[in-house]
Design a protein around this ligand. Structure first.
Ligand code: NAP
Length: 314
C-alpha cells in the first residue's frame, strides 16, 4: 500500500483544523486517470466547506480532503481512457460538488473532468483557472449567452472569478463594467475592463447606466441592489448567494434571474485553454503557499480582498 501527503480536515471549524496527514494513494477506476498534483487552487468554497457551510452537506462527515482545482501530470490511466497518456500535463475541476481531494499529492477522477494544459499556462496558473474560469464561462457563455455589444456588470471584478469573467466578457464583445476598490482599477483596465466603479463609497446602482447582464459575485444585498442596474428584461446571474427575496423581487419587476453552480466540464476547460493560447485570457495568481501552509492560504482567502487567485504548491 502506498501513501501520500494530504491536507486533512478532521472536523469542521476554523483554519486551525487543517493539518498535513497521510492518505492512501488512490487507484483509478475504468475511465479515470490518476493525476500527480503539482498545484491546487484555493477557492472560497473550500473555507466555507471547512466551516461546515459551502459543500459540507454534500461531503458529509469528516475526515475529508478539501480542494477542487487541480494542475498536474497524468500518472496512471485506467481502461477506457483515450484522451490522455501517462506524462501528459492536465488541469481540471474534478468531481465538484463531491469531494475531489485536490489538497494532496494524487487525485483520481473521470478523464473528461480534465483538459490538456497548454504550454502558455504554467503549472501554477493552471491551478488558478479551473473552478473560477468554469464558473465565469458557464455563467457568461452557457447561461447568459452574452453577445457583442451588450453591457455586462461584474461584481467583485478583481476576485478569482471576477478577473476571469472580465476577460471572458470582453472576448465576447461586451462593454464590461466592474466593481472593485480604487487600487484595483488600473490593473483591471489592463485586463480589458471598460469602466470601474469603487463599490466603497459609491452606490453602483445609482451611477451605472443600465446593463443587460449582472454577474453577481458578491451576493447578499448587492444582488438585490443590482436589480436597479438592469435594463427591462435584463438578467441577474447569481454566483454568490443572493439575499432571500432577490429573485421574487426580480420576478415582480419582469427581470430574469439565474443561479449558477459550477459543474465539471472538460469541454469548457478546452475553451478556456484556447483563450489562454490566443493570449486573450490570463489567470492572475495573487499568492502561492506550500501545501503544509493551507491554513494560511485559507486565512488570506477569508479576508475577501485578494486580487486573482491563491494557489497551493504540492
Ligand atoms: N456558485 C458557484 O458555482 C460559485 C463558483 C465560484 C465562486 N462562487 C462564490 O462567488 C464569490 C466570489 O468568488 P471568488 O473566488 O471570486 O472570491 P474572491 O476571489 O475571494 O473575491 C475577492 C474579491 O472580492 C471583492 N469584493 C469583496 N467584497 C465586495 C463587494 N461588496 N463588492 C464588490 N467586490 C467585492 C474584493 O475586491 P476588493 O479587494 O477591491 O475589495 C476581492 O477582489 C464567493 O462567494 C464564492 O464562494 C460561487
Amino acid at each position: 500500500m502506498e501513501f501520500m501527503r494530504a491536507v486533512v480536515l478532521d472536523r469542521y471549524g476554523d483554519a486551525d483544523v487543517l493539518s498535513v496527514g497521510r492518505r492512501q494513494v488512490p487507484e483509478p477506476l475504468p475511465t479515470e486517470v490518476r493525476v500527480r498534483v503539482v498545484a491546487a487552487g484555493v477557492n472560497p468554497v473550500d473555507w466555507k466547506t471547512r466551516n461546515g457551510d459551502g459543500m459540507a452537506s454534500v461531503l458529509g462527515d469528516p475526515p475529508q480532503v478539501l480542494g477542487w482545482d487541480v494542475s498536474g501530470v497524468v500518472d496512471a490511466v485506467a481502461p477506457g481512457v483515450t484522451r490522455f497518456a501517462v506524462g501528459d500535463p492536465v488541469f481540471g475541476m474534478p468531481w465538484f460538488p463531491r469531494a475531489a481531494g485536490a489538497y494532496a499529492e494524487y487525485v483520481t477522477a473521470p478523464s473528461r473532468h480534465f483538459a490538456a494544459r497548454p504550454d502558455e499556462l504554467d503549472e501554477v496558473a493552471a491551478a488558478a483557472l479551473p473552478l473560477a474560469g468554469l464558473t465565469a464561462w458557464q455563467a457568461l457563455v452557457d447561461t447568459a449567452r452574452v453577445r457583442a455589444g451588450q453591457r455586462v456588470l461584474v461584481h467583485a471584478a478583481a476576485g478569482g472569478v471576477g478577473h476571469l469573467a472580465v476577460q471572458i466578457a470582453k472576448n465576447l464583445g461586451a462593454y464590461v463594467i466592474g466593481t472593485a476598490t480604487t487600487a484595483r482599477h488600473r490593473r483591471l483596465g489592463e485586463l480589458g475592463l471598460d469602466e470601474a466603479i469603487n463599490y466603497q463609497g459609491t452606490a453602483f446602482e445609482q451611477v451605472v447606466e443600465p446593463v443587460d447582464v449582472v454577474l453577481d459575485l458578491a451576493g447578499g444585498e448587492v444582488a438585490t441592489r443590482s436589480l436597479d442596474a438592469l435594463r427591462p428584461n435584463g438578467l441577474l446571474v447569481s454566483v454568490a448567494r443572493p439575499a432571500d427575496d432577490t429573485f421574487a423581487r426580480a420576478a415582480d419587476r419582469g427581470l430574469r434571474t439565474a443561479r449558477v453552480l459550477v459543474e465539471p466540464d472538460g469541454h469548457g476547460l478546452e475553451k478556456l485553454a484556447e483563450l489562454v493560447q490566443a493570449k486573450r485570457l490570463r489567470p492572475l495568481v495573487d499568492r502561492t503557499f506550500p501545501l503544509d501552509q493551507a491554513a494560511e492560504a485559507h486565512r488570506l482567502s477569508e479576508t475577501g480582498h485578494t486580487f486573482g487567485k491563491i494557489v497551493l504548491t504540492v
